[in-house]
Design a protein around this ligand. Structure first.
Ligand SMILES: [Zn+2]
Length: 65
């Protein structure tokens, strides 16, 4: 008999390391890393949206003679 709760054996979806956790999800290390990144418990991963800046070239003023 074991007092331990049933653990799931799976590969961490983040680092692909075999882990034993009660719930499927990132392993402890990854949760720590995620929470460190998020700073608020690591609920959602905030993805930065990369928007390249378009440099608008102003119309060239007709050169006067
Ligand atoms: Zn992991």
């Amino acid at each position: 008999m074991s007092a331990l709760p049933d653990l799931l054996h799976f590969d961490c979806p983040r680092c692909n390391q075999p882990v034993d956790e009660r719930l499927y999800g990132p392993c402890r290390e990854c949760r720590d890393a995620l929470s460190a990144l998020g700073g608020q418990g690591g609920g959602e991963v905030v993805t930065e949206r990369f928007e390249p800046r378009m440099h608008v070239v102003p119309n060239q003023v007709a050169t006067k003679e």
